[in-house]
Design a protein around this ligand. Structure first.
Ligand SMILES: *Cc1c(COP(=O)(O)O)cnc(C)c1O
Ligand code: SF4
Length: 339
């Protein structure tokens, strides 16, 4: 049910949903009536990376369907606990890109701030599932260091808020951070990478809209949705509200075995995003993070898939197929080699 369409949502609307996330295997099993024989393996995987599922996302999962594409993304399974060659804790070499606490500078014109250690949802394929978040808390000393870093790097014109999920952070803290970033004249753009508007759309509350409207920076919000089934009426409303504040809306997805590894699903995702006013940006090949190898789709197969997507859609709805290679100056584009 949609409420408060005229004015947007209030903070308590999403904070209740955030504090009520499902965070035990037992609750997940009960809510979705999952097979009991898979419970021990789930408990083992949960110890390594805990279950976390917001109720609005849970409500979009079909009960009793083991192949549900949303279920696959949040279900801890036995495969996670098995080692796989080439799948490691820090696949992107992010430890090397750290400049000050919470600041990664890998690509020339933009820096990435790891704002929050938590997410509303824990995605089993997450490349930051082993990230040492405790070392990256941003207090006022850290904010000063970030401002100093930006001031001494005029080639950086864009600051990306990432995480964890940066929108787990309160509006008050976000607004403080925006003040710090916009105090550096060479920075012109603020980009937020977040899955929250997908899994708890009410996060797009009045305070957030105000924060994004009340800055000289140009604002871009990159949602993270992997499947059209994740997106409902509340997502549409959230995107509308952001658009009304002049925020540019993009989406990135990850190509995931058993979730979105067929052309029809990817086409449907692009069409669904555009109906909400969002353009597809990237489709990432899976980062080889330990515990996620069961989601991997080989590059040759990804290319074939994307050729079919390219045939079915106008160019502006075809996301760029990329992979992240440690040490490269940008994401590596994968050529579709159309015949
Ligand atoms: C992905 C990424 C960016 C942004 O790359 P774009 O191609 O501009 O989207 C910036 N910094 C880091 C560390 C990244 O991983
Ligand atoms: S929301 Fe993003 S950062 Fe958080 S667990 Fe999912 S993929 Fe990882």
């Amino acid at each position: 049910m949609i409420t408060r369409t005229a004015t947007g949502w209030h903070t308590e609307d999403w904070q209740i949903e955030l504090s009520g996330v499902v965070r035990t295997v037992e609750d997940l099993w009960q809510a979705l009536e999952l097979p009991l024989e898979q419970l021990p393996a789930a408990l083992a995987a949960h110890k390594d990376f805990p279950v976390r599922v917001p109720r609005p996302f849970l409500a979009r999962i079909e009960k009793g369907n083991p192949h549900d594409p949303l279920l696959r993304q949040i279900l801890p399974v036995a495969a996670e606990t098995l080692p796989a060659a080439g799948f490691v804790a820090d696949p992107l070499g992010e430890a090397q890109a750290r400049r000050t606490a919470g600041l990664l500078h890998k690509y020339q014109s933009r820096v990435l701030l790891v704002l929050s250690g938590t997410c509303a949802i824990n995605c089993r394929y997450c490349f930051r599932r082993h990230f040492p978040y405790e070392d990256n808390r941003l207090g006022s000393d850290e904010l000063n260091q970030i401002a100093a870093y930006l001031a001494s790097h005029p080639e950086v014109n864009e600051v990306i808020l990432s995480g964890g999920d940066p929108l787990v952070t309160s509006n008050l803290r976000l607004a403080q951070l925006v003040r710090v970033i916009e105090s550096v004249p060479t920075v012109t753009r603020l980009r937020i990478h977040t899955r929250l508007p997908v899994v708890i759309p009410r996060r797009v509350d009045q305070g957030l809209l105000h924060c994004l409207a009340d800055t000289r920076l140009q604002t871009v919000l990159v949602t993270h949705s992997n499947h059209a089934q994740e997106l409902g009426d509340e997502f549409d409303l959230a995107m509308n509200l952001l658009k009304s504040q002049g925020v540019t809306l993009l989406n990135q997805a990850v190509l995931l075995r058993g979730v979105n590894d067929d052309a029809a699903t990817l086409v449907a995702l692009s069409e669904r995003l555009f109906s909400a006013g969002v353009l597809p940006y990237y489709l990432h090949l899976l980062d080889p993070v330990a515990g996620a190898h069961h989601f991997d789709v080989p590059e040759a197969e990804a290319r074939t898939l994307m050729q079919a997507v390219h045939t079915a859609l106008p160019g502006f709805l075809v996301p760029r197929l990329v992979r992240e290679v440690a040490g490269q100056p940008g994401k590596s584009l994968i050529d579709l080699q159309l015949a």
